[in-house]
Design a protein around this ligand. Structure first.
Ligand code: AKB
Length: 340
């Protein structure tokens, strides 16, 4: 039997690119993309769907013969702190709804993203492992940690094959992120190209785990294509790509745009970032389903600048085309230098 996929939140940062990847893998006719926003020409979603409308999801699942759901709708960390009730409802109720439907309709597989935000100030700051003290101190982190427990519960008690990844901050050039603490790592590219200046809302040495979107999409597909018996973590897998601070990213961009001027004006998002690890370990993902990230700070920066300048119809700054590959610098060592 063919997989029939429902994506919920297809116009978001992950959804925009995952929809394209899933359509490539399963055929466009087998992937239904839904979002809270009504479909517009070129938006990529097929239907308007409110993730909090349980009946509507159930109806689509039954009518379209859905076998897998990718639930991507969520409120991120910074917005979550401003709207705690709405964040809790959106992040937890939507998951419970989908898990219940998966159980009742005997769906094959569910994907639900968790986040490095499940970790808190008492978790190890460097090389944070899969199992450790996990005591989040943000609404978003608490909702993701709660969701992880629900995933594990539905797998253990009801056999629902739900799989999950703890994503780091995601960097992409298509859809922008919205309301997260790691958003600066996307904004900076736009501002660097347009104004050669960026005011960062985190301090210059706040190191956080990050990942380039092509790696995040590949990780999702690889996890979902792994045979069930190889998946041993039913809460959510730690997933690492790279770790850097705003000053590292600025240095990487300056290799192409030397005139980039940085100003640091930390706001309430600084406190959120201070509670998260600077780097995480992802041994289980590597061992159990062969995870291996492709992009580091250097290759991600080069690709982002090339793709974004093309999208913006800008002449690629001289320095990009002339520079080629820039010399190595202590990208992923930044934090370790600080730690030891
Ligand atoms: C956020 O900043 O809230 C997200 C995340 C780390 O999950 N990007």
């Amino acid at each position: 039997m063919k997989d029939r996929i429902l994506i919920i939140g297809s116009c978001g940062q992950i959804g925009t690119e995952l929809t394209i990847a899933l359509r490539k893998q399963h055929g466009a006719e087998n992937v239904i993309a839904s979002d809270i926003h009504a479909p517009q020409p070129g938006s990529g979603n097929d239907i308007q769907l409110d993730v909090l409308d349980h009946e509507q999801i159930e109806k689509i699942v039954k009518e379209c013969g859905i076998t897998q759901i990718y639930l991507l709708a969520a409120m991120l960390s910074a917005n979550g702190e401003q709207n705690s009730d709405a964040a809790w409802k959106l992040n937890v109720q939507s998951l419970l709804s989908v898990l219940k439907i998966a159980k009742e309709q005997k769906l094959d597989k569910i994907f639900w993203p968790s986040s490095i935000a499940v970790f808190g100030p008492d978790s190890p700051r460097y090389n944070c492992p899969q199992q450790t003290r996990i005591e989040p101190n943000t609404v978003y982190g608490i909702s993701k940690r709660t969701g992880e427990y629900w995933c594990s519960y539905y797998f253990e008690k009801h056999g629902v094959d739900v799989r999950s990844l703890r994503f780091p901050g995601l960097i992409s050039y298509t859809a922008p992120p919205g309301g997260g603490t790691t958003d600066y790592a996307v904004d900076i590219f736009h501002q660097a190209l347009e104004k050669q200046a960026y005011t960062c809302f985190l301090e210059e040495d706040t190191c956080l785990p990050m990942m380039y979107m092509p790696d995040a999409i590949r990780a999702t597909l690889e996890l979902m294509n792994t045979p069930k018996e190889k998946i041993h973590i039913r809460t959510s897998y730690n997933l690492a790509g790279m770790s850097f601070a705003p000053c590292d990213l600025a240095a990487a961009i300056r290799k192409y745009i030397p005139e980039l001027k940085m100003t640091y004006r930390p706001d309430s998002r600084q406190a959120i970032a201070n509670g998260w690890p600077a780097s995480i370990r992802d041994d289980q993902a590597r061992k159990e389903w062969g995870w291996n990230p492709e992009y580091n700070l250097k290759s991600m920066t080069a690709d982002m600048l090339q793709k974004l300048s093309k999208i913006k119809g800008m002449t690629i700054p001289e320095t990009i085309s002339q520079q080629g590959d820039f010399p190595d610098f202590p990208i992923d060592n930044h934090i370790f230098a600080k730690a030891h």
